[in-house]
Ligand binder design. Structure first.
Ligand code: NDP
Ligand code: MG
Ligand code: MG
Length: 337
């Protein structure tokens, strides 16, 4: 089994006399900056003037422009949206890095696909929380944490791994577990997970189930509750007890249906498609397409987004959720995987 490190296995000293620039104050940025500060580290937030700048100041952070923050920091954590990182890196981060600094990412995409090419005389490593930024903050406040992956791409100083571990501990990840990986493994598994299972796979499974029922004449509201709303209850059971725990709680009829019909829906054919998805990630085909889509201002992304938001399951869902005030709306709370 892979070695998982916890809070008490990690020495944070190596980060104590260093200044950390957290560049970006969005989903991940606000969590890293606040958690590190409360763990006793020195933090400066790097931003442009605007919404995030005001919020960071309200939270009591020291806020500077990106070039200024990078200039005075020893460790630079890049928490900008992945699509904006290459440009900001070239123009504002790279010119202000000094030999022996550390350049840190929360996702391997840009380094792995050569969209960001760090200078040779800095440490480059990954501290990738395996959970949304808002949970990185909330669990920390509760005395818990979100697990994180660390990975060293470039070890200029000889202490890159110790720094990565100390950083992970500083954001609270040590309470949940820190696991070592590489930029390649983190990038490829993250993209695969979100495409085939967590986001792409799941949303299409839900939609197909809803369409099958409504096209057969069943009420959309009933189909919504069955295929979307109940999902959370099932996922919570899986989260706590794996498939076995989920199957313990459901009826034996549901479990028998799971065994006989599940493999009819998701089968060898589906797995062959998953292998194609994985292969497009590994060869860089997916990355190239996404980079190009951004270069032309996302025509397909935006068109698909509009279409998806107008799907019948979304319209019915909006109406039903209005009537369930206990279902907390998280529209504004960006959560990535
Ligand atoms: P967000 O989109 O939530 O935050 C972006 C932040 O960057 C905002 O504070 C924004 O400020 C700032 N920003 C954008 N452009 C610029 C610019 N040109 N100059 C200065 N600041 C700018 O990003 P995420 O937190 O979602 O993602 C950050 C990284 O973390 C990514 O690499 C992502 O893959 C990774 N990650 C994210 C997870 C998540 O939970 N979201 C999970 C695991 C990893 P402004 O208000 O000025 O626009
Ligand atoms: Mg049922
Ligand atoms: Mg991701």
């Amino acid at each position: 089994m892979a070695k998982v490190l916890y809070h008490n296995d990690i020495n944070e000293e190596v980060l104590m006399n260093k200044k950390v620039a957290v560049v970006g104050y969005g989903s991940q940025g606000h969590a890293h900056a606040q958690n590190l500060k409360e763990s006793g580290h020195q933090v400066v937030v790097g931003l442009r003037k605007g919404k995030s700048w005001d919020k960071a100041e309200q939270d009591g952070q020291e806020v500077k422009t990106v070039p200024e923050a990078v200039e005075e920091a020893d460790v630079v954590m890049v928490l900008l949206p992945d699509e904006h990182q290459p440009k900001v890196f070239e123009e504002q981060i790279k010119p202000n890095l000094q030999a022996g600094n550390a350049l840190v990412f929360a996702h391997g995409f840009n380094v792995h696909f050569n969209q960001v090419v760090p200078p040779a005389d800095v440490d480059v490593f990954l501290v990738a929380p395996k959970g949304p930024g808002h949970l990185v903050r909330r669990t920390f406040e509760e005395g818990a944490g979100v697990p994180a992956l660390i990975g060293v791409e470039q070890d200029y100083t000889g202490e890159a791994k110790e720094l990565a571990l100390a950083y992970a501990k500083g954001i609270g990840a040590g309470r949940a577990g820190v696991l070592e990986t590489t930029f390649q493994e983190e990038t490829e598994t993250d993209l695969f997970g979100e495409q085939a299972v967590l986001c792409g796979g799941l949303s299409n499974l839900v939609k197909s189930g809803f369409e099958t029922l409504t096209e057969a004449g069943y009420q959309p509201e009933v189909a919504y509750f069955e295929c979307m709303h109940e999902l959370k209850l099932i996922v919570d059971l899986m989260y706590e007890g794996g498939l076995e725990g989920m199957r313990y709680s459901i009826s034996d009829t549901a479990q028998w249906g799971d065994f006989v019909s599940g493999p009819r829906v998701i089968n060898e054919e589906t797995k062959a498609r998953m292998q194609e998805v994985l292969s497009d990630i590994q060869t860089g085909k997916f990355a190239k397409g996404w980079i190009m889509e951004n270069q032309v201002n996302r025509p397909e992304f935006n068109a698909t987004n509009n279409l998806e938001n107008n799907h019948q399951i979304e319209k019915v869902g909006r109406e039903l959720r209005e009537l369930m005030p206990f279902v907390k709306q998280q529209k504004k709370q960006k959560q990535e995987v």
